[in-house]
Design a protein around this ligand. Sequence first.
Ligand SMILES: [Zn+2]
Length: 210
Amino acid sequence: MTESSLTPIIKSRGAVFLDRDGTIIKEVNYLSRIQDVKLLPQAADAITRLNRQQIPVILVSNQSGIARGKFTESFVTKTHLYLQKILAREGAYLDDFFFCPHHPEAGNAPYRKICDCRKPAPGLLLEAASRHHLDLSKSYVIGDKLIDVELALRVSGKGILVETGHGKSEKEKIVESKINPNFIAVDLYAAINWVLEELRRGRKIAENSV
Ligand SMILES: [Zn+2]
């Protein structure tokens, strides 16, 4: 047996990256109390559909409230554990969580800095890709802000804007910003529906070309 045949083949796959506030849970300005974590309608169902197909679902979130001194990193971690718990009640789970605690102008060091992880900078996605062996060009980012769409486009993935949270007002900035979502969905469920349809179409094309 040659050495190369012993090396495990890691097939790069895509993931679905989800913004948190206004996308999975209700947008409240700088969420700082666990009891304010409320799932948006059908968000858990939508995530379950990805779970069933073994598509990694990864949360990516800007949490500049840390830099601004509104809450701590450990609070954000606690929030994510709680989110995982309420998703589990509905049979859904997130595969991983990444967040940026920084802000370029607010607060003090070490959180006040120009970092490479504040969306739309791709740092969080690159970290996730390396940890989970992901192909970002086969991945999707779903969020209620155009920075989520821009993030996807920066890594050659696809970006979907949801109209929950800040989505409706962000939609009005599309022309001016020239950041064009691949799809605009009323909510996370509709967004994931579009992703699954697209993947199905992709598979059909692959089958037909054999
Ligand atoms: Zn950062």
